[in-house]
Design a protein around this ligand. Sequence first.
Ligand SMILES: *Cc1c(COP(=O)(O)O)cnc(C)c1O
Length: 427
Amino acid sequence: MKFYSTNGKSPSVSFKEAVIKSLPKDRGLYFPESIPQLSTDFINTLSDKSIAEIGFEVLREFTSEDIPESKLQEILEEALNFEIPAVEVEKNIYSLELYHGPTYAFKDVGARFLARCLGYFNETENKEVTILVATSGDTGGAVASGFYNVPGVNVVILYPSGKVSDLQEKQLTTLGGNIEAIEVKGTFDDCQAMVKQAFLDEDINQKLNLSSANSINIARWLPQSIYYYEGIKQLDSEKVVVAVPSGNYGNITAGMLAKKMGLKVHRFIAGSNANDVVPRYLLNGLYDPKPTIPTYSNAMDVSDPSNHPRMLALHDQQFESITGHIQGYTLTDKQTLDVMKSCVEQTNYVLDPHGAIGYASLKAGLNDGETGIFLETAHYSKFLSTVEKAFGNPVMLPAFVEDLMKRKKVAHLIDNDYNQFKSYLLD
Ligand SMILES: *Cc1c(COP(=O)(O)O)cnc(C)c1O
């Protein structure tokens, strides 16, 4: 399987090359040249299979040229070594808890898979790799944890100062070793722009062997489709609607890929915060990014989602085809807090602000006869101050995060200035 650039100007590449390069030179995104179709037999027997077995079937054709099947199995067993339960919150509404990995957010899935793929490619390459990653909160922690102590790999994480939660910041800045954190006085989009520029910068590429771990990397994106199968296998329903709290649109487009490959998803709902470029687009076909607005669901504070071209590619560039599979829904910060409070009062289920947007979007869009599942993308303890604001009283931090909160932050503070970033990297 080859991967082409969605901008059509860079040559198609193998899985390995797409993973290592991350971004084609023409600034498109890598996308598979064909979408494999899974057998009906496989789709109908999901419940007999483990998550790693599902992952193997789903990813096999994408990776077969570069990763032997036994290695792929091993990578998947290591990467997906935590449970992803679908928990009933109320009648017909399930939460797919993606936060049981080491950094308590769904990004562990993609980051752990990518780290192991790169580690494997690196064994044979024998060249040191520098991973550059911009994070709006959760990516950085997942990547840091996924790559921590992987030989031959250094990780540089850029995050927007003051715009990630305390727990997220600790996850980014306390590992040390091969992990470095850069705190940027700017937004996530600023961080992302610097990373993109660095990839195209000859001076930097001469000195460093760069790779990326953002959701744009194909090895982060593809494995995210696995847990859609895992979620649906746990439900007993033919008409499943999946709601995904969305920011950069990697997660939901991975779900749309699963549907294209044969998974029975009735339709998708994209939940958004005030950064609502996609819900607006879904109404009128006009893709019109506005400046980023900071919100309580900060991992979704993305004004110009990188994965939009993949959404188009999945639907042959047809707007009508997209709107046949997905609808959008937007929540304000106030609505997000209200939903977190009403949900815990009525069901005892504690939502994080992102999951709350998934849950509310699902409730708003679910019809009679349908079963809904929303992706609970992070554990609430990552957003404790928002949970406390919503509930109006202090909430205890679970014991498993207390240790982390005591560790000392180490980060390099820079302005929103590419040259400062560049000289840091070249130093
Ligand atoms: C990254 C993230 C999202 C958004 O996912 P995208 O793939 O960027 O759309 C939602 N919730 C949480 C907790 C996240 O970390």
